[in-house]
Write a new protein. Structure first.
Length: 280
């Protein structure tokens, strides 16, 4: 099985139903893909959620789906990201961000609708998923789904936005030492490799100085600085988007490529954010 990220760096335009269907046809399934689903399972396709979120002011901006090499459609997990044109987080010197609701779903009868809250930073077209002990994900089971329940989830996410903005402000005020920046870059590489920083396995992985320097090197002037917010955005972009070279000490240099799986991208983003907020 291979995962394919589609349309993840789309411009700031909303997607039409036709575009969504082209990029993520699984969102428009008309029945559960798993014949073994329980009789209690209420089939609610993703299109229903798209329409209901539109009524609440949230428009689709990104879409992705898991692609299976086999002919089976049971592996039908997919993702739609939504943005509200009326919500914007104003930043200094035009460094504006936009809250996003990121929904994942599967029509195999095994999973609920899952919603994460993300912050999309316009200056670098990066998707930042916010999730830690304070910012938990929201779930809605297919069984008994109602529009009122969805509205409650959205209202809860929006009501919590000031807390998220406060965390971002704290990150902007936190100045990192060079050692802290180096450790953040190293731990981020471990997370990408699915290795827990500080674990016994992590002790076997030590990237050379040039790799760390490359990860911390900003691509744009807006990201130059020592505060946690800007350093984090530099590291997050490098780790998820790739396009730099890395090598373990004494090992062969290899090019790090963009993460193509939307599931891994979401997972890495969440873990990177937890890593960064631990420094606040």
């Amino acid at each position: 099985m291979s995962d394919v990220m589609l349309n993840f760096n789309a411009p700031q335009t909303y997607m039409t139903k036709e575009q969504l269907q082209e990029e993520c046809p699984l969102a428009f399934a008309t029945q559960a893909t798993n014949p073994k689903v329980s009789g209690k399972y209420l089939f609610v396709n993703t299109e229903t959620i798209i329409d209901d979120l539109d009524k609440l002011g949230w428009k689709p901006v990104q879409a992705a789906q898991r692609k299976s090499r086999s002919k089976s459609t049971i592996f039908s997990k997919h993702m739609i990201a939504f943005q509200n044109p009326d919500l914007k987080i104003k930043g200094k010197d035009g460094d504006d961000s936009f809250p996003r609701i990121i929904m994942t779903n599967s029509h195999d009868g095994m999973q609920a609708f899952k919603f994460s809250v993300g912050i999309f930073r316009l200056v670098c077209s990066n998707g930042l998923v916010v999730a830690d002990e304070q910012f938990s994900d929201f779930k809605i089971k297919h069984k008994g789904y109602t529009f009122d329940e969805l509205r409650g989830v959205v209202n809860q996410a929006v009501a919590d936005l000031p807390n998220k903005v406060e965390v971002l402000n704290q990150m902007k005020q936190r100045v990192l030492t060079q050692d802290e920046k180096n450790k953040l870059a190293l731990d981020a590489m471990l997370i990408r490799a699915n290795i827990t920083p500080g674990s016994k396995e992590a002790k076997k992985f030590n990237y050379d100085d040039e790799t760390i320097i490359d990860i911390l090197d900003p691509k744009r002037d807006e990201d130059k600085g020592d505060d946690l917010w800007r350093v984090f955005n530099v590291v997050q972009e490098k780790i998820t988007q790739g396009d730099f070279h890395a090598a373990l000490t004494g090992a062969k240099v290899r090019k790090v490529r963009k993460i193509k799986s939307f599931e891994k991208d979401l997972k890495v983003n969440k873990e990177l954010f937890k890593l960064a907020t631990a420094l606040v």
